[in-house]
Design a protein around this ligand. Structure first.
Ligand SMILES: [Fe+2]
Ligand SMILES: [Fe+2]
Length: 258
């Protein structure tokens, strides 16, 4: 049986979106782990399909959500986030050596859930006559993975605790828009995603605090420093404080958002 970290690397390298998601769902969280290996970074990280076309920033006029096209465009952007999230979770597993076994098993489980999210959104898109790849998409999420590839602490601060946590804030707003436009299936999918994402941010918070304690760092000050060093997006409300609290942000961290 290939080790869990080898399995995770294969997920990140897979270019085909459907195959990547299917492979991620087979990640065996009970597989053996060798935490001491430092893998050389292979070419082609992350594997990406030929479509959608990717841009650093997307600037286009959004279509109204009253149209199928407008809803498909929004669901496509969510599917793109989930595809990136598969890579982001799997990347943590192969890339960073020297962590406890639970670290790798928990991130592999996150990757499995991201793959389910991608598949739910893709299947819904297909039911609307669309598919993943039909609309342009952005590179923003992987850009942050690149910037933080040298340090697991920076990665956890800026990916799960920043980008994924922003997803917690955005979720109720997006859900209301889609359900308001009559797309109840999208509402159900977003409920599943939000439930799981609280868990992902909690995993991020747990290991971020573990590393801060190990390095003798203050979690709040360190976050501010890492966010400014890496040009993290400014956090803007409204915040989903209940979800953030459930994901393990402290009252001091929640107060710092305001
Ligand atoms: Fe997700
Ligand atoms: Fe996630």
């Amino acid at each position: 049986m290939p080790s869990l970290r080898h399995q995770a690397l294969a997920v990140v390298l897979e270019p085909n979106a459907d195959a990547k998601a299917a492979l991620a769902r087979t990640l065996d969280v009970h597989a053996p782990i060798d935490s001491s290996i430092t893998f050389p970074t292979p070419e082609g990280i992350p594997g990406r399909p030929a479509r959608p076309e990717l841009f650093p920033k997307l600037q286009y006029k959004k279509k109204p959500l009253t149209s199928v096209e407008g809803r498909a465009e929004l669901l496509h952007s969510l599917a793109h986030i989930e595809l990136n999230a598969i890579d982001l979770a799997a990347d943590v597993v192969w890339r960073f050596a020297g962590m406890p076994e639970d670290f790798y098993r928990q991130w592999a489980q996150v990757a499995r859930e991201e793959a389910l999210h991608f598949q739910l959104l893709r299947d819904h898109l297909r039911s609307m006559g669309h598919d993943y790849g039909d609309f342009p998409a952005h590179t923003g999420l992987w850009d942050m993975a690149e910037k933080t590839r040298h340090d697991v602490l920076a990665r956890l601060a800026l990916v799960p605790r920043t980008l994924e946590a922003r997803g917690l804030d955005a979720s109720p707003v997006v859900k209301n828009k889609l359900v308001g436009a009559g797309d109840h299936r999208a509402g159900e999918i977003l409920d599943i995603i939000l439930r799981d994402e609280i868990g992902h941010v909690a995993v991020g918070n747990h290991w971020y605090r573990y590393l801060c304690a190990q390095r003798g760092l203050d979690p709040v000050q360190t976050y501010a420093q890492l966010a400014s060093e890496h040009g993290a997006p400014r956090l803007q409300g409204p915040f989903n404080l209940a979800a953030r609290q459930a994901a393990g942000f402290t009252s001091e961290e929640l107060a710092a958002l305001a």
